[in-house]
Design a protein around this ligand. Structure first.
Ligand code: PLP
Length: 449
């Protein structure tokens, strides 16, 4: 069976973000089932899921409460639109969601993927200013190294050159500021003496484009897909102040950081920042079904009310927006957060993971371990003293991942960064085992590079 599926995969499936020539040379790991925080492949091997599928299965897999909620919803209605109708499942989901949001965020626009949630945020921010008569505010500011999804709008505000370079001619212009990547400061400075010069660059752009910027789009606390780039304390607060000073909206993309990942339900809470627009997806349904949300303040929503109704419609919406099955899964997931204190348990678990990863400091090819809550990036380097990078073609991260599989864990690399995004449901013992496998895999892979 494994062999037949492998051949069919190689015959028909085109995998996302994948160099298919390399893929067709390798035997794929085919996930067949799951148990709690483990995945099981077609050969019967069990693996710790060290990355919550793609950072989304926050409660692990086959969660009885989520299974039951989806089954119960199937007995009522699997799909119904939000265009011209409401649905019980989507209303209950929005109501529960607002309970978890930082106070001040009250309006929920559903969609189906993180990229779409950001796309919507961009269009909303733009239209918000237009409706207020501020027609010159048409530009966006974002950070180098940011990742906001793979649709053209979200790619425009994205800042990972490797993913975005080829599509440049299709994108709208965005002003990109240097990222707060302290391990390799793009400005050649160091904390605390630098006074966060990278944030000064954001201010420089906002001042140079005075009255023209609609919004600053940023991943709060951690830039995920660029290698878990953790921001210094106070950075996000500073961005909030800058947006206020220059009249731009602040859009915080919590697709990766949301739902307990960094130790609070949303990362913005740690900086006491209220964004004008916040986007989420991934963990919203506990990783069960595609659902995303773009949530806003009353102030943003109110721009869309009033005279000239045709001008004030937000012309956006997908067939599956607010799908009842996905909403039922999300409501069940959020209820677990509320009733079981899933998020409250994260700091203690994060501390256990940090203790188990401490020996990384002695590995010659680990440059830095960056961690916020249960969000970890381990940057591999050829030389610790000089921070010399491994050449991209060596696929250092990918090699670590292959070693980890042999030892019983599924991880994912981001270039030379090994990522851990375990389900929040992992016990301290499981997290310790995951860390042990990760370090052993790094040692084995880098010894041969
Ligand atoms: N925004 C951030 C911060 C992300 O990390 C991601 C995906 O990893 C996205 C947006 C895109 O989400 P999706 O893959 O659901 O479109």
């Amino acid at each position: 069976r494994h062999r037949r599926l492998w051949e069919a995969d190689h015959r028909h499936l085109w995998h996302p973000f994948t160099q298919m020539r390399d893929w067709l040379r390798e035997e794929p790991l085919i996930v067949d089932a799951a148990e709690g925080v483990h995945l099981v492949d077609t050969l019967g091997n069990r693996y710790l899921d060290g990355v919550s599928s793609l950072w989304c299965n926050v409660h692990g897999h086959r969660v009885p409460e989520l299974d039951a909620a989806v089954r119960a919803q199937l007995e009522r209605v699997a799909h119904s639109t939000l265009l011209g109708l409401a649905s019980t499942a989507s209303i209950e989901c929005a109501e529960e969601l607002v309970r978890h949001l930082p106070s001040g965020l009250t309006r929920v626009f559903f969609s189906d993927a993180g990229a779409t949630a950001v796309e919507i945020a961009i269009k909303m921010a733009f239209q918000h200013h237009q409706l207020r008569g501020d027609e010159r505010r048409t530009e966006f500011v974002a950070l180098h190294g940011g990742y906001h999804g793979d649709t053209l709008g979200s790619v425009s505000v994205g800042g990972i050159d490797l993913f975005h370079r080829i599509f440049k001619p299709l994108l709208f212009d965005v002003h990109h500021a240097p990222q707060p990547y302290c391990y390799r400061c793009p400005l050649g400075k160091a904390l605390p003496g630098c006074g966060m010069a990278c944030a000064d660059e954001v201010e420089r752009i906002l001042a140079a484009r005075e009255g023209r910027v609609a919004a600053l789009v940023v991943e709060p606390l951690v830039q995920g897909a660029d290698g878990m780039i953790t921001q210094p304390p106070g950075y996000l607060r500073r961005l909030r102040e800058l947006c206020d000073r220059h009249g731009a909206l602040l859009v915080c993309d919590e697709v990766a950081t949301g739902w307990g990942r960094t130790g609070t339900t949303f990362a913005v809470e740690q900086e006491g920042v209220l964004p004008d627009i916040l986007t989420m997806a991934k963990g919203l349904t506990g990783g069960y079904l595609p659902l995303a949300a773009t949530v806003t303040t009353e102030q943003v929503f109110e721009s869309f009310l009033g005279e000239h109704a045709e001008k004030r419609t937000f012309f956006h919406g997908h067939t599956y927006a607010g799908n009842p099955l996905a909403c039922a899964a999300a409501t069940a997931s959020m209820t677990l957060f509320r009733e079981r204190g899933v998020g409250a348990a994260v700091p203690a678990k994060a501390a256990a993971l940090a203790r188990a990863l401490a020996p990384a400091a002695r590995l010659p090819h680990v440059g830095e371990v960056r961690q916020r809550g249960l969000m970890v990036g381990i940057e591999l380097v050829r030389d610790r003293a000089t921070k010399e990078e491994y050449a991209y073609a060596l696929q250092a991260g990918h090699r670590v991942i292959l070693e980890a599989r042999k030892l019983g864990a599924i991880l994912r690399p981001l270039g030379n960064v090994v990522v851990l995004m375990p389900p929040l449901a992992m016990t301290e013992a499981e997290l310790t085992r995951l860390a042990g496998i990760t370090l052993a895999a790094i040692e084995a892979a880098t010894a041969r590079l």
